[in-house]
Write a protein that binds this ligand. Structure first.
Ligand code: URA
Length: 188
């Protein structure tokens, strides 16, 4: 574990801990406010993210940005990262060994950001952070507590592209987040 961003970022540059390293253009480390109260965790980079080295800049990210704008969440106030930092081929779900190899980087990011709330975007984030037994279908919109951090699982924005009905629930969850943040004076 590193106690500063510079060393952590340096440590990741030549990462070859898992097979995803062979297909990447860029490592997608994370973006946003490194002192954020609220952190968002997705699954892994897609083609656009791999090209730009920034999380959530493709179609799913643009949809998330739209929701952020509508609800009044400023992307610059939060920190956004993923379970894996290199693009899985054909955007498949990261395999267990890939997620496990990458999770220590994310843990280190969480330790440095010290968020009060973490929004888990989709099943991969939920299962890798809170445990395999969790279900996004059953638990989205329901707060969970673990080691002093509050977690809010919600749909992955890519799921909204496949199923319009999930949009309303996603917005509802982000609105809940916004209300809690406002109440507690958290940066959002
Ligand atoms: N999907 C993710 O989970 N993360 C990204 O950065 C982009 C798409």
């Amino acid at each position: 574990m590193f106690d500063n961003w510079e060393d952590l970022e340096k440590s990741i540059i030549n990462c070859n801990k898992c097979k995803l390293n062979s297909g990447r253009t860029n490592i997608v480390f994370g973006v946003g406010n490194k002192d954020a109260d609220i952190m968002f965790i997705g699954e892994g980079p897609g083609a656009d993210e791999d090209k730009e080295g920034v999380p959530f800049v493709g179609k799913a990210g643009q949809l998330m940005d739209k929701a952020f704008d509508g609800i009044g969440i400023n992307r610059d106030n939060v920190y956004i990262a993923n379970i894996v930092k290199c693009r899985p081929p054909q955007n498949r779900v990261p395999e267990k060994d890939e997620a496990t190899s990458c999770l220590n980087y994310l843990r280190n990011q969480v330790i440095l950001v010290k968020p009060k709330i973490i929004v888990l975007l989709g099943s991969t984030a939920l299962k890798n952070i809170l445990g395999e037994e969790h279900s996004i279908t059953k638990e989205r919109g329901i707060w969970a507590d673990k080691k002093g951090i509050r977690y809010l699982p919600t749909w992955h924005p890519a799921a909204l592209l496949r199923d319009e009905n999930k949009k309303i629930e996603f917005w509802k969850d982000l609105k809940l987040l916004k209300d809690v943040a406002k109440e507690e004076n958290l940066a959002i």
